[in-house]
Ligand binder design. Structure first.
Ligand code: NDP
Length: 311
């Protein structure tokens, strides 16, 4: 039995970042512009802190300017709105990223709507979401755009394919379905109320899973030879689950678990999927690294569009 080809998102992300680095250098050389990404983190959620640090470090490594605002958990919606207003007004700020989730007391939708759409590098502002629906994408959401980029760079044909998306969140499921539709896929969107999930996912040439449910997708959900994109990023802390998911390859993961106290797994059962799928993204090292690479690309795109518009 042949195993699925692993789609190396980490490698593709490095390629994209190298292109962004060149573009940053060119913008400075030809226009004197150094794109600036501002990150805003509210509260002390450890996972969010890791994500933001990664974004800051990557932006610095690519030659962008980085500014970080760490605000206490008690920050009010009004205080955040005041900060956003300042950042919107500053000509030197190209991208504004407010790390989600925000603490319960903050009205996240009001915050996202307050960001200038031209600086909305996450692509979550209703104006950018609407533009994407109309096929006028200026700043696409990072994870969905990264998935399309990964498929393209592996030469996987999207047009005419049946793509099934499991999950309908605003940050992954819905927008990736929309981007696939624009690329002429036939798209099915599944969610927690879907009846007979396997009957639908089994028809998919391209199966994209973003549910946050460990091993929701088993071998029986996958059409033989299909492309399977696993967006799930779940922390698993028990050895038994790891052994069940990775079979004979579990040892390395179990060691990682013992070192760090957890290991990351996706929403797709890896050992089963490898036996059925034609292509599969690993977790970690699949979709995750692409998200940050696309954020960098969006920041440079935002800088170019906003600053060179008037020239
Ligand atoms: P949400 O929790 O916002 O959405 C989950 C979706 O999955 C919902 O639409 C839900 O359906 C659906 N769902 C849940 N259970 C089932 C089920 N049993 N059968 C079918 N559908 C189901 O999650 P996100 O979209 O924000 O994230 C999904 C996963 O992707 C998470 O693990 C997250 O950590 C990861 N992620 C990774 C990123 C990266 O790699 N860069 C970026 C963003 C997210 P319903 O709407 O009916 O409730």
């Amino acid at each position: 039995q042949e195993r699925a080809t692993l789609l190396d998102g980490a490698r593709v992300a490095e390629e994209i970042k190298a292109e962004v680095r060149e573009e940053v250098a060119r913008l400075e050389r030809e226009h004197g512009i150094i794109p600036c990404l501002v990150t805003v983190l509210v509260g002390d959620d450890p996972a969010s802190a890791v994500y933001v640090r990664n974004k800051v470090n990557t932006s610095i490594a690519l030659g962008l300017r980085s500014e970080h605002h760490a605000l206490p958990h008690e920050t009010s919606t009004e205080q955040l709105l005041a900060l956003i207003a300042q950042l919107n007004a500053r000509a030197d700020v190209d991208g504004i990223l407010v790390q989600l989730p925000l603490p319960k007391g903050v009205d996240a939708m009001r915050i996202l709507e307050a960001i200038d759409p031209a600086k909305d590098v996450d692509g979550f502002h209703p104006v950018n979401v609407g533009r994407m629906m109309l096929g006028q994408t200026a700043l696409p959401p990072c994870t969905p755009a990264g998935i399309i980029e990964l498929l393209d760079r592996y030469g996987i044909a999207i047009g005419g394919a049946h793509a099934c998306v499991v999950g309908r969140s605003n940050i992954v499921g819905r927008p990736v379905a929309q981007l696939l539709l624009q690329r002429d896929a036939t798209v099915t969107i599944c969610h927690s109320r879907t009846r007979d999930l396997a009957a639908l996912t089994r028809q998919a040439d391209i199966l994209i899973v973003a549910t946050g449910r460990v091993a929701l997708i088993r071998g029986e959900h996958i059409k033989p030879g299909a492309v399977v994109i696993d967006v799930g990023t779940n922390r698993v802390t028990d050895e038994e689950t790891i052994r069940a998911l990775f079979g004979e390859r579990a040892e390395e993961r179990v060691n990682a678990l013992r070192r760090r106290g957890y290991t990351l797994v996706g929403d797709v059962h890896p050992a089963e999927a490898e036996k059925v799928a034609g292509y599969l993204t690993p977790v970690p090292g699949g979709v995750g690294p692409l998200t940050v690479a696309m954020l960098m690309r969006n920041t440079v795109m935002a800088a170019r569009q906003r600053r060179l518009r008037s020239n």
